[in-house]
Design a protein around this ligand. Structure first.
Ligand SMILES: *[C@@H]1O[C@H](CO)[C@@H](O)[C@H](O)[C@H]1NC(C)=O
Ligand SMILES: *[C@@H]1O[C@H](CO)[C@@H](O)[C@H](O)[C@H]1NC(C)=O
Ligand SMILES: *[C@@H]1O[C@H](CO)[C@@H](O)[C@H](O)[C@H]1NC(C)=O
Ligand SMILES: *[C@@H]1O[C@H](CO)[C@@H](O)[C@H](O)[C@H]1NC(C)=O
Ligand SMILES: *[C@@H]1O[C@H](CO)[C@@H](O)[C@H](O)[C@H]1NC(C)=O
Ligand SMILES: *[C@@H]1O[C@H](CO)[C@@H](O)[C@H](O)[C@H]1NC(C)=O
Ligand SMILES: [Cu+2]
Length: 583
């Protein structure tokens, strides 16, 4: 049973560096001391008690988009059952028709090297969003009303006109954002096989559109993978994880009172729901055979970081891939740290378990991460789903799959070739009571002129300097990168000018409290989103080319350009996002 005691806790341990005068006129005043305090955003009523594991895990319908035909996907307002005992929920969904639209949207299956064409359409004719928009943050704000949408294929090597730039939104009423180019998107599918995902990216309301249901999975497959002999079909299962909160009537509950309401009447710094959904059902179960399975995990939550584990020590995760595809070799792990937007590709072997065994997929991620409230336990956000081992008569199906000892991903980026080093701060600005009201990248707002202008084909190191108390999953569009290292520093001292950080590498600045450290295990391999921990400099190595080092098969310097941002959607919407263009 869901105890439902935890409401949306926007409890933030806030380090009070700044007093804010007004969000458009940021005049940070340094305090001599750093004080930590908690602030509560909005306590939502708990969701109705929902019995766990009564719904089978749904598998979204798959559509092959490697046929050469254009696929038209519409965005529709839909009503869908998210739990046996919950009345239908109003959502937005993707689909080839109103009748077929669903949350999550259909799984799109592309083939490496075969271009696919998707036309995105907006069929939401309502005059306004069904979730609370905060009009005091910079958002699409269509003059003739409607619900702006734009779809981004996360992690894709894609021309910028098809990247779903936040200002290329469009409404059903025909209004378009300032950088709108087209609704007919072209996906090159030039990168190595991996799981991408598509989701809404409209400026200022991404958190609402994604929460409303606008998410789906996108595979790039390659014939070259067949040699790995990995589990396929019924044994290869996507797990798209989100948290939500519900009213008794089934409607989505979302904060409609901000934590600093005089400045932002509605916006809440982070949304955490008390109900965990996988593939669109609350706490589902999956019957599994005593076989090797491949789970393609995606954290599609607004702000929640998951730390996944099994409640059975006989099972482990054999991680074989990340955001950008295969690792060199499997890594055996008992926990997986899965930040928003991360994809984790794992093998799990149920063959040692007796028929009838139940195994829980558990979560121990604090919210906010890493120093917020623990997951609600027992029978709450500490549980994701259940696996039930069956005595299947089809016992032998898929039995030939095995755990390969090595893979052949693209060679890592050579850091001898670094052309430019950038240092980029993550800073939170609070009101006089210590409530967060905005966070900025490199001290710039979204609407400020472009400051990141890498040259096509060059390699850069981005040193992300996290001055906030929270971890932020930083996502860079267009490319897959590596985390080079991480290094703790004294953020308080840096902010009060009592020590320094130098741009030189390895960084000798007096604020550092340790030498550069190897990336954490969740940061290894090809990544498009990586965790930047508080009071750490996290260095990304980014090469602005195709993942294998060759040229992009399109002109990446053309069109509206790209963006990089925090993937906590509530942060991204309130200015923790910046444009970048390639020269
Ligand atoms: C569901 O309940 C909430 C809270 O009582 C209410 O605000 C909302 O209008 C209801 N929605 C529907 C569709 O009845
Ligand atoms: C894991 O949880 C399930 C469901 O509660 C339970 O049946 C099982 O015994 C637990 N496993 C272990 C090893 O405790
Ligand atoms: C948690 O759920 C299990 C299985 O449904 C139940 O046996 C147990 O009593 C629940 N615990 C609490 C504290 O509600
Ligand atoms: C830096 O990040 C690590 C995790 O990667 C964390 O354990 C450490 O506490 C952080 N450093 C500081 C000074 O907070
Ligand atoms: C600056 O911050 C450091 C903590 O790193 C503290 O020890 C020092 O007293 C502060 N100095 C001033 C002038 O506030
Ligand atoms: C970051 O780079 C800018 C110039 O690009 C420089 O002014 C600033 O001092 C650097 N900061 C750190 C911490 O290295
Ligand atoms: Cu963030």
């Amino acid at each position: 049973m869901n105890e439902g005691v935890m409401a949306t806790h926007c409890i933030l341990v806030t380090v009070k560096f700044f007093r804010l005068i007004s969000w458009t006129l940021l005049i940070p005043l340094l305090f001599e001391k750093v004080t930590a305090q908690s602030s509560i955003c909005q306590q939502l009523d708990p969701s109705p008690n929902l019995q766990m594991f009564v719904d089978a895990l749904p598998i979204p319908e798959a559509i092959d988009i490697s046929t050469g035909d254009k696929l038209t996907l519409g965005i529709y307002k839909i009503s869908q059952k998210l739990h046996r005992d919950l009345p239908s929920t109003t959502l937005y969904g993707y689909g080839t028709s109103q009748a077929k639209a669903s949350y999550p949207g259909p799984t799109l299956k592309a083939t490496r090297g075969i271009v696919s064409h998707v036309r995105w359409e907006n069929h939401i004719s309502d005059s306004s969003h069904f979730l609370p928009v905060d009009t005091t943050i910079h958002w699409a704000n269509p003059k003739s009303g409607g619900v702006p949408i734009v779809s981004h294929l996360h992690g894709a090597e894609v021309e910028s006109a098809s990247d779903g730039h936040p200002d290329t939104w469009f409404t059903a009423q025909g209004e378009t954002g300032s950088k709108y180019v087209t609704q007919d998107y072209v996906y090159a599918n030039s990168q190595p096989p991996t799981m991408l995902w598509y989701h809404d990216h409209t400026v200022g309301i991404t958190r609402l559109n994604v929460y409303a249901g606008l998410v789906g999975i996108y595979f790039i497959n390659s014939p070259s993978e067949k040699g790995y002999n990995l589990p396929i079909s019924d044994f290869e299962i996507p797990l798209l994880i989100q948290d939500k909160q519900f009213y008794a009537n089934g409607s989505l509950n979302f904060p409609n009172v901000g934590d600093s309401p005089l400045i932002h009447p509605v916006w809440c710094p982070e949304f955490f729901g008390d109900t965990i959904l996988v593939n669109g059902k609350a706490w589902p179960y999956l019957n599994v055979q005593r076989q090797l399975y491949r789970f393609r995990i995606l954290n599609a939550a607004n702000a929640r970081f998951f730390i996944l584990s099994f409640n059975n020590s006989k099972l482990s995760f054999k991680q074989i891939g990340t955001d950008g595809g295969y690792l060199y070799k499997p890594i055996v792990l008992s926990t997986l740290t899965v930040a928003p937007a991360f994809r984790v590709d794992v093998l799990v072997d149920f063959s040692s378990l007796a028929p009838g065994t139940d195994v829980l997929l558990m979560n121990s991620g604090p919210a906010p991460f890493p120093s917020g409230d623990p997951a609600q336990s027992p029978n709450g956000t500490d549980i994701v789903m259940k696996f039930h081992v069956v005595t299947a008569d089809s016992y032998a199906t898929g039995a030939s799959s095995s755990v390969p000892s090595t893979f052949q991903p693209d060679a890592a980026i050579d850091i001898k070739d670094v052309a430019v080093r950038r240092n980029l701060t993550l800073k939170e600005f609070d009101d006089s009571s210590g409530n967060p009201i905005i966070s900025l990248l490199g001290n710039h707002h979204w609407i400020d002129p472009v400051t990141e202008t890498p040259r096509l084909g060059t390699t850069e190191i981005w040193s992300i300097i996290n001055l906030t108390p929270d971890a932020h999953p930083i996502h860079v569009h267009l490319i897959q990168f590596h985390v080079l290292n991480q290094q703790s520093f004294d953020a308080t001292g840096y902010l009060n000018d009592s020590c320094s950080l130098s741009l030189e590498y390895p960084n000798p600045g007096s604020c550092f409290t340790e030498n550069p450290r190897q990336p954490n295990v969740d940061q290894i391999g090809w990544k498009d989103t990586a965790i930047t921990w508080p009071s750490n400099v996290t260095r990304f190595v980014i090469r602005f080319s195709s993942q294998d080092g060759s040229s992009f098969p399109f002109d990446a310097t053309a069109g509206p350009g790209y963006v990089w941002h925090c993937h906590i959607l509530d942060h991204e919407d309130n200015d923790m996002m910046r444009p970048y263009v390639l020269l």
